[in-house]
Design a protein around this ligand. Sequence first.
Ligand SMILES: Nc1ncnc2c1ncn2[C@@H]1O[C@H](COP(=O)(O)OP(=O)(O)OP(=O)(O)O)[C@@H](O)[C@H]1O
Ligand SMILES: [Mg+2]
Length: 294
Amino acid sequence: MSERSELPRRLPSLRGGDSRRGPKPAERSEALARRDNSEALARRDNSAVLRARGLRKEFGRGDVLVRAVDEVDLEVAPAETVAIMGPSGCGKSTLLHLLGGLERPTGGELLLAGSRLDKLGERGLARLRRTAVGFVFQAFHLIDELTARENVELPALLAGRSPRDARRRALELLERVGLADRATFLPAALSGGQRQRVAVARALSNDPLLVLADEPTGNLDSAATLDVLRLFDSLRIAGQTLVIVTHDSRIAATADRLISMRDGAFIDETRLTGGTRGNSGTHGDLGALAGLEG
Ligand SMILES: Nc1ncnc2c1ncn2[C@@H]1O[C@H](COP(=O)(O)OP(=O)(O)OP(=O)(O)O)[C@@H](O)[C@H]1O
Ligand SMILES: [Mg+2]
């Protein structure tokens, strides 16, 4: 991811003993500018966080042309959870990469919080990624040399938060994913499920408008899957806008809407009634929905 290219410049502040000092004026104004920007983005179009029209992505050409994403229309409302399912190779990851600005579409329109992602230059795109999107990947993609807390701090720092703020936020998020006592651990000393919970905390660290998750339980055993499943459900209940690609019908069952994809296109869409949104947030209903003990 492009964030990696910014690591060397930013990394010293992760290790520094600067947690006790307040933000410098420049950091504060950067953080405020960032907040103003995302609020302005949200104001410009509050009907949909994400809107895609005729979205296409092609790889190769001629005989080897692959239409990985083929004329996809999608709207995601604020606080909505959308699950996307489909066979291997049908274009789910490619679509998610387009939605989060990790790859550029071949054609079509894409709006994130009212901003035309498909028209942005590299800098604008990188900025929107840093401030508006959180990613969770199947393979976690944590940085091995950084502790859990440092991994979670990183996107907040890249989005312009002061080191003190980023650290506070990271500790809050680790607490929220049940890993406060693992803050100083390196990823190698964490289980798969714990690593993915750190990755979810990291995805939330820049207060994203949208969280995109690609097979977040794909590398987990069933107990760890259940942990991550509960975590996503708590995000949904808290009103986080989410798009999750998954092969796991238990994850899909917790979404507001389920979309089936084949050969790059959406072929079916189901609004899942009887979801758990708005209830007390206990996991009993989730367990029942997912066919598990809560
Ligand atoms: N960089 C690339 N160059 C060429 N073809 C690509 C590239 N990335 C993806 N593809 C092709 O696009 C299609 C969709 O791939 P994608 O990774 O989006 O599938 P997927 O639905 O995520 O599959 P899986 O469930 O196995 O993760 C595949 O046919 C794949 O070979
Ligand atoms: Mg994939």
